[in-house]
Design a protein around this ligand. Structure first.
Ligand code: NAD
Ligand code: GLY
Length: 363
């Protein structure tokens, strides 16, 4: 088992990464000075797989858990679901010291974390991420929230968990496509901060795709370390945290114009990272050989690296990029790479340059 600390003063917490961790939940929660009542929020796919073990561990440690199950899928990240969870928690007579356990992927983590932030003006919560994406990204750092019709993640709160348990055994049942999508975020950590991680991924991708446990533990722990380090320096994203969005400006726009659901988030940011690398060649002098290595690593991971758009779709993509949360004073700001393991944020790139790049990759 590996332990990664997230240093945030009084709100510091640990990420536990390893095998067989679900059954340690009750014992770990007992160390956190929490009330007895708790709500385990999960979804309709994850609940049948793992909820009974989680409830058993909590009950054995003396807690009084109630299970709240929501429908699996992005559509569940809504204000309606927050209301449903809060009503169920009220019915379970949750009190100020009661806590929430988020058991599932990023959808459940974001929803349950936000419900915890709101209910009784703030309950403590524990993250048990069960997708690779959630284990290396969404469960760490305290961003919680839900979607509006107007856009993704538009309503939310920074609310840090008290504990994150990444049980790699839960990944056994994760569909291949979801698994590869999570790897896109791990590749991102290599590009933004860690050339050695990038090289490990280059040399070991076949074993990783076969879900080798020790390699998985190693790359999840390293990803969490990088994220924890960034978050502890810049919790509310006034600067450095933006580097976690490498590939996301174009990636989010691809998700938006394709209709959420066509591309998984990890697939959209794979294309986004390959394109951000090409922009980095032009704007920051990233060596073409590094840019090619980035593309080849995504190809080896069997993730998409390009997108064909007609003129209308290109126009919509450029418009969607201007709605990105990182737009400052109407200018789209990019995270770009100087080399593998070294990025800069706040780079203004003219939309014409992006349009030319999109056309040159086969629109
Ligand atoms: P998800 O939560 O929808 O999970 C993907 C699918 O896998 C779902 O159908 C789920 O039921 C199923 N699943 C989960 N664990 C499983 C398992 N172990 N075995 C079998 N099936 C399993 O998607 P995701 O990719 O985990 O998360 C995406 C969400 O995360 C998006 O809403 C995104 O906005 C959010 N996100 C948040 C942050 C953050 O910092 N808060 C960061 C990145 C992404
Ligand atoms: N997923 C980006 C962040 O947590 O800031």
């Amino acid at each position: 088992m590996q332990l990664v600390p997230v240093a945030l003063g009084k709100r510091s917490y640990s990420i536990h990464i390893g095998s067989g961790l679900l059954k340690t939940l009750g014992e770990q929660a007992s160390l956190l000075d929490l009330g007895r009542r708790c709500a385990v929020i999960t979804d309709s796919r994850v609940g049948p797989l793992f909820a009974s073990g989680v409830l058993k561990s909590l009950t054995k440690a003396g807690f009084c858990p109630s299970l709240i199950q929501v429908k699996a899928g992005e559509a569940t990240k809504s204000l309606g679901s927050v209301e449903k969870c809060c009503n169920a928690m009220a019915k379970h007579r949750m009190e100020r010291k009661s806590f929430v356990v988020a058991l599932g992927g990023g959808v459940v983590g974001d929803l349950a974390g936000f419900a915890a932030a709101c209910h009784l003006r703030g309950l403590q919560f524990i993250q048990i991420p069960t997708t690779l994406l959630a284990q290396v990204d969404s469960s760490v750092g305290g961003k919680t929230g839900v979607n509006l019709k107007a856009g993704k993640n538009l309503v939310g709160a920074f609310h840090q968990p008290r504990l994150v348990l990444c049980d790699i055994d839960t990944l056994k049942t994760l569909p291949d496509r979801e698994f590869r999508a999570g790897l896109a975020e791990i590749i991102k950590y290599g590009v933004i901060q860690d050339r050695a991680l990038f090289e490990l991924l280059e040399s070991q991708m076949q074993r990783i795709l076969r879900r080798d446990k020790s390699l998985l533990t190693q790359i999840i722990a390293r990803s969490c370390e990088i994220k924890a380090d960034v978050v502890s320096q810049d919790e509310t994203e006034s600067g450095l945290r933006a580097t976690l969005n490498f590939g996301h400006t174009i990636g989010h726009a691809i998700e938006a114009i394709s209709g959420y659901g066509k591309y998984l988030h990890g697939e959209a940011i794979s294309i986004g990272q390959v394109l951000a690398a090409r922009l980095s060649e032009q704007c920051l002098g990233l060596p073409a050989s590094d840019s090619m290595r980035i593309r080849q690593l995504f190809e080896r991971t069997e993730l998409p690296t390009s997108i064909r758009l007609n003129a209308l779709q290109l126009k919509r993509l450029l418009e969607a990029m201007q709605l990105d949360k990182k737009v400052v004073g109407g200018q789209v700001k990019f995270v770009l790479a100087r080399g593998i393991g070294r990025v800069e944020w706040g780079c203004a790139v003219p939309l014409d340059t992006v349009a030319q790049l999109m056309k040159s990759q086969g629109t």
